[in-house]
Design a protein around this ligand. Sequence first.
Ligand SMILES: NC(=O)c1ccc[n+]([C@@H]2O[C@H](COP(=O)([O-])OP(=O)(O)OC[C@H]3O[C@@H](n4cnc5c(N)ncnc54)[C@H](OP(=O)(O)O)[C@@H]3O)[C@@H](O)[C@H]2O)c1
Length: 235
Amino acid sequence: MELKNKVILITGASGGIGAAAAQRLAGRGMSIALAGRNIKKLESVAEDCRTLGGVAEIFPGEITDENYTSGLPHAVKERFGGLHALFNNAGVFETGAFDQADISRWDDALDVNFRSLLHLTKAAIPYLLENGESAVINLSSIAGRMTFGGGGIYSATKHAVHAFSGCLFEDLRDRGLKVSTIYPGFVDTGMTSGVAGDRSHMIQPDDVARTLEFVLEFPSNACPTEIVIRPQFPL
Ligand SMILES: NC(=O)c1ccc[n+]([C@@H]2O[C@H](COP(=O)([O-])OP(=O)(O)OC[C@H]3O[C@@H](n4cnc5c(N)ncnc54)[C@H](OP(=O)(O)O)[C@@H]3O)[C@@H](O)[C@H]2O)c1
């Protein structure tokens, strides 16, 4: 799609990949709806977006709250006049072996990484389909394509995002809805602050933002449904 004046809702926009995506797309003239919990950080990202030439507003809330997610797409349409794309990016990193797991933390990770994504997507679809072409881009992970010891609930939720995305594409491709999933390895954000290694070798948040831009601008007759991103050099 032509990006200028189109509207995208980005979850997890208060930092990391979500903030980088907001800034990149604001620079292309998109209107950005920023979702997340941390109001101060969201406001700072919104200010950056405006400086870059985009229009941006914050829509703070707890993504596991169904009252919030069910009303969010409507609130975005009220503010911007439409909704063309949804970037399901919010997530938490919960790892560890199952025999030592705090199951309530695993439930929380399931709620943030997968259940909320389902609920928000469901609420957004009627608004997205009002346009001739629209897109849902889901942030999975390389952990959504492989399993590893200690991968815990994180890998399972990201596999769930992978499976859901493929099915959603099949369900709505004939209505012009692109569904694309991005599977990055380690990205240099707060989420990986505990990961050892050379951070300059990690994928940078703007690398993922560029991938999102690529998907949004892809010709309307085709959809890059799955994109894996790996660091070029080992950490
Ligand atoms: N970093 C990596 O290596 C990597 C690799 C592959 C995939 N990913 C995925 O990329 C996505 C973005 O992660 P990131 O690396 O940018 O990490 P991040 O900087 O920690 O960002 C996570 C975002 O999710 C939001 N969030 C978390 N829990 C939430 C909740 N309950 N309600 C509302 N928002 C919530 C946070 O917003 P608030 O703090 O404002 O609530 C924050 O903006 C995640 O889905 C992650 O799994 C990351």
